[in-house]
Design a protein around this ligand. Structure first.
Ligand SMILES: [Zn+2]
Length: 230
């Protein structure tokens, strides 16, 4: 569902608010002036620029430069583009994600690779050269429960992004045999990951990444608590 542009609860940047304002107040195919835009966002700096940023998301907003028939300072909201208010289904071009959005995706994924679960900066357990995980955000097409396909931004480590570890692929029969030896709880957990197409971190793993992000003084407190409170 699309939020309304002037909803006081809406926590979004100017670009998103401008997109919603265009849809709510102007409407596709209609005209507006720069003065109206500035009036809607009093005191907001560079509101024109934030509006222009929407073009990178496929929004078509013409000035008299694009459409010489338009009077100066009059703009035409031709067509809406991507649903920029939806953080996970935002853009078609993954390289256009801003560093702020990238940070938000990584935080939402608990600073862990959604494929193998390694935390950023952590050493790969099988690495002989002490290779550490570098997290990045990439667009991944996911099939939703209703069968539709949606592009989402997910956190992946460099290795998983490149197509996984360098070793040979596991044998199906070995995987099935190991599967049969899992406990009921482990089977259910794995079934959930398979259904969701991603690995959900356990609470203890989330705490591990939180621990790693604490300043060293605070980490000493955690270590001490672990030693003294069973
Ligand atoms: Zn990974």
């Amino acid at each position: 569902m699309r939020p309304t542009w002037n909803d006081p609860e809406l926590r979004a940047g100017t670009k998103i608010k401008v997109a919603l304002w265009l849809l709510d107040e102007v409407g596709e195919g209609n005209f507006f002036t720069k003065a109206q835009l500035r009036e809607a966002f009093p005191g907001v700096e560079q509101v024109d620029r934030r509006m222009r940023d929407l073009r990178a998301n496929g929004w078509v907003i013409n000035t008299n430069r694009e459409d010489p028939g338009l009077p100066l300072n009059t703009l035409c909201f031709v067509r809406a583009g991507d649903a920029v208010w939806d953080p996970r289904a935002r853009r078609s071009a993954p390289q256009e994600i801003s560093s702020k959005e990238r940070a938000a995706v990584i935080a939402a994924d608990d600073y862990m690779c959604t494929v193998c679960g390694i935390a950023g900066g952590e050493e790969y357990p099988d690495s002989r050269r002490g290779e550490t995980a570098q997290l990045s955000v990439s667009a991944r097409k996911e099939t939703l429960e209703d069968g539709s396909v949606e592009q989402r931004y997910v956190t992946q480590c460099k290795r998983c992004k490149a197509g996984g570890a360098q070793e040979a692929a596991p044998q199906l029969q070995d995987v099935l045999t190991a599967l049969d030896m899992l406990s009921a709880a482990e089977r259910e957990e794995l079934a959930q990951w398979v259904r969701r197409g991603r690995r959900s971190p356990r609470r203890v793993e989330q705490l591990w990444t939180e621990f790693r992000r604490l300043p060293s003084g605070s980490r000493a407190f955690v270590a001490d608590r672990l030693r003294h409170r069973p």
